[in-house]
Design a protein around this ligand. Structure first.
Ligand code: F6P
Length: 321
C-alpha cells in the first residue's frame, strides 16, 4: 500500500479532524503517502485531491467540523458517479481509501470496495445510529452540547414556571435525546423507538406541578412522528395549562471542539484504519464494542440493526417520577 486516500462524507461530526490527523500521521509514519479528498464523494468524482503532510494536520485535533470539508453527493449514488470516482482513484494512483462518515457514507465505502478499491470505514456521525458499533465519533460532543443547552433552558424554565420542549437531532435514532435527557434530568424523553404518548407526557407535567416543581424539560428527538414541536407544545399547553416553550437546537449540535472522548476514540480508529489497509484488508469498518476498537466486514456491519437501549430509557422514566 503506497498511497492512501481519505475523505469525510455526510453530516460533519466533532472529532472528524482528530481521525483525519490520525490517518495522515499513521500513514506517513508507515511510509505511505496520504491524499486528502475534499468534499466527500463529490470531491472524489471531481478530483479535489491533494497530498497531505505532517503539517496539513497540525493544530486541528481540537477543532470541530472537518478540514477536508464534506458533502452529500447524489451523483455518487449513480453507477456513472461511482465509475467516475473509481477512475479518479486510479488517476491519482490511490490504492486504499479511508472513509469517515455515517450510514450513507459507509454504504459508499462498501460500493468502492466492491469495485476493487480496498476501503476502510470509520463511523463519524453525531447520531450514534449504527448498529455494529456502540459508539460513533461526534456523539459525545453532541450530547455535551445538548446538556449545556438543557442546563441553560432549565434556568429560565424555573424562573417562569414553564415547560420546555427541546428538539434534538438524530434522524431516526433517539440516542441523543435519550443520553442528553438522562444526563440533564429531563422529565420526559420522546424518541422514535418508543413513540409519543402525549397523555403520559401531560400526566407527568401535572404531577410535577402538583408537587411544586417549577420547571419541566421535555426532550424530543427529531425523528418522532409528523407533528412539529410547536404543535406538540400547543397541545401540551392546552392539556395541562402549563405555559410551554420550544427550542430546536438544530445544527449547533454538530459544531464545537470535540470532547476528550471523541478525540481519543477518533485517534484510535484512524490509526486502526490505516493499520488494516497496510495489512491488506479490503473491505472493513472500524467500531467500538465492549470498549475496544474492533473491525468488521462492511457488508456484515451494515446489516446489523441498531438496537435501542430500552433499559436506559426505562431508567430515565424511574428517575424522573
Ligand atoms: O446525520 C447527522 C444529522 O445531523 C442528523 O442528525 C440530521 O437529521 C441531519 O444530519 C441533518 O442534515 P443536514 O445538515 O444535511 O441538514
Amino acid at each position: 500500500m503506497k498511497k492512501i486516500g481519505i475523505l469525510t462524507s455526510g453530516g460533519d461530526a466533532p472529532g472528524m479532524n482528530a481521525a483525519i490527523r490520525a490517518v495522515v500521521r499513521t500513514g506517513i509514519y508507515n511510509k505511505a503517502e496520504v491524499m486528502g479528498i475534499k468534499e466527500g464523494y463529490k470531491g472524489l468524482i471531481n478530483g479535489y485531491i491533494e497530498e497531505m503532510n505532517l503539517s496539513s494536520v497540525a493544530d486541528i485535533i481540537h477543532k470541530g467540523g472537518t478540514i477536508l470539508r464534506t458533502a452529500r453527493s447524489d451523483e455518487f449514488k449513480t453507477e456513472d458517479g461511482k465509475k467516475k470516482a473509481l477512475d479518479m482513484l486510479k488517476k491519482f494512483k490511490i490504492d486504499g481509501l479511508v472513509v469517515i462518515g455515517g450510514d450513507g457514507s459507509l454504504k459508499g465505502a462498501q460500493s468502492l470496495s466492491d469495485l476493487g478499491i480496498p476501503t476502510i470505514g470509520i463511523p463519524g456521525t453525531i447520531d450514534n445510529d449504527l448498529g455494529y458499533t456502540e459508539y460513533t465519533i461526534g456523539f459525545d460532543t453532541a450530547i455535551n452540547t445538548v446538556l449545556d443547552a438543557i442546563s441553560k433552558i432549565r434556568d429560565t424554565s424555573t424562573s417562569h414556571g414553564r415547560a420546555n420542549i427541546i428538539e434534538v437531532m438524530g434522524r431516526n435514532c433517539g440516542d441523543i435525546a435519550l443520553h442528553a435527557g438522562l444526563a440533564g434530568g429531563a422529565e420526559s424523553i420522546i424518541v422514535p423507538e418508543e413513540g409519543l404518548n402525549i397523555e403520559n407526557v401531560c400526566k407527568k407535567l401535572i404531577q410535577g406541578k402538583n408537587r411544586g416543581k417549577l420547571h419541566s424539560i421535555i426532550m424530543l428527538a427529531e425523528g418522532v412522528g409528523k407533528r412539529s414541536p410547536y404543535e406538540l407544545g400547543n397541545d401540551i399547553e392546552k392539556n395541562t395549562g402549563i405555559e410551554t416553550r420550544v427550542t430546536i437546537l438544530g445544527h449547533l449540535q454538530r459544531g464545537g471542539s470535540p470532547t476528550a472522548m471523541d478525540r481519543i476514540i477518533a485517534s484510535k480508529m484512524g490509526a486502526k484504519a490505516v493499520g488494516l489497509l497496510l495489512r491488506g484488508a479490503k473491505s472493513r469498518t472500524v467500531g467500538i464494542r465492549e470498549n475496544k476498537v474492533i473491525d468488521m466486514d462492511i457488508d456484515e456491519a451494515l446489516c446489523i440493526e441498531k438496537v435501542f437501549d430500552h433499559a436506559t430509557y426505562n431508567l430515565t422514566k424511574i428517575l424522573s417520577i
